[in-house]
Design a protein around this ligand. Structure first.
Ligand code: NAD
Length: 266
């Protein structure tokens, strides 16, 4: 028996990085996974790889800021697999670093839409669908991927830290609503340190010109921020997602699980 055997999951931003690793881990442990992303080519390939290796997955193109597309993917979960137990609100963007005084309002709003509104929509449609699936038995779990930058600040990332800080408290509100309503749905946030994914590779490539840090020096700079002495791997976050998705975490709700190699312990 897998750790999430028979559960039905939606993972957003599943084409790459943490989302791809989470979708694979859930499928390996017995879940049926709807992998969603904007990137159809890579997303379809991921679902095919999961199928090839004996798991069950389907890809759906899904822009997480569009509410009608949330309605479509939750209906897909019901029509294809008979319900929904797990939502991993993972899709996100890290905009180019810029001080507040130079940040266009449109850029701020776009980051807040992709990194925070999307999680609200994932909770809203996730709760509605999971509560019906679990009304007669079983349990559900919503996992919101925040960041260490939802716990501590960072210069030149005002929009990102505001969105990720919002995800942290939105998670607690959703957890309390579900618990107080008697729904069998737990809601938790995950706070990764810097993880070696395409998102972080883009940050590394950009460097920090304002501080005189080149792309080449950036990996060393980021590594130094983690007492454990390296960046994290996507699979290390996927392991945390798997724990929160499974019934092993049955008494865990409203919590913020920090997986950061010691970054925020200093
Ligand atoms: N990598 C890190 O160091 C790190 C650290 C803390 C938190 N996070 C968070 O983890 C999550 C995943 O990060 P990652 O590093 O794997 O990123 P990534 O850029 O490697 O992958 C993100 C995926 O999300 C998809 N996506 C972007 N906008 C979307 C949209 N509007 N609708 C649907 N899909 C969309 C992309 O196509 C991509 O496949 C993000 O929320 C990120 O903020 C990452």
């Amino acid at each position: 028996m897998g750790r999430v055997e028979g559960k039905i999951a939606i993972v957003t931003g599943a084409a790459k990085g943490i989302g791809a690793a989470s979708a694979k881990a859930l499928a390996r442990e017995g879940a049926k996974v709807i992998c969603t992303d904007l990137d159809e080519t890579v997303g379809e390939a991921l679902a095919a790889e999961i199928q090839r290796t004996g798991g069950e997955a389907v890809f759906a193109r899904h822009d997480v800021v569009d509410e009608s597309q949330w309605e479509r993917v939750t209906k897909l979960a019901e029509d294809r697999y008979g319900g929904l137990h797990i939502v991993v609100n993972n899709a996100g963007i890290a905009p180019e670093g810029r001080p507040i005084e130079d940040k266009p309002l449109a850029e701020w709003r776009h980051t807040l839409a992709v990194d925070l509104d999307s999680v609200f929509l994932g909770c809203k449609h996730g709760i509605r669908t999971i509560k019906m699936t679990t009304a007669k038995g079983g349990s559900g779990s919503i996992i919101n991927i925040s960041s260490i930058l939802g716990l501590v600040g960072s210069a030149n990332a005002s929009d990102y830290v505001a969105a990720k800080g919002g995800v942290r408290l939105l998670t607690k509100a959703a957890a309390l609503e579900c618990a107080e309503a008697g729904y069998r749905i737990r809601v938790n946030s995950v706070h990764p340190g810097y993880i070696d994914t395409p998102m972080v590779r883009a940050v590394v490539d950009r460097g920090m010109p304002g501080l005189g840090v080149s792309g080449n020096e950036m990996v060393q700079f980021l590594t130094m921020l983690h007492p454990i002495g390296r960046l994290g791997a996507a699979e290390e976050i996927a392991n945390t997602v798997l724990f929160l998705a499974s019934d092993e975490s049955s008494f865990t709700t409203g919590t913020e699980l920090v997986v950061d190699g010691g970054y925020t312990s200093r």
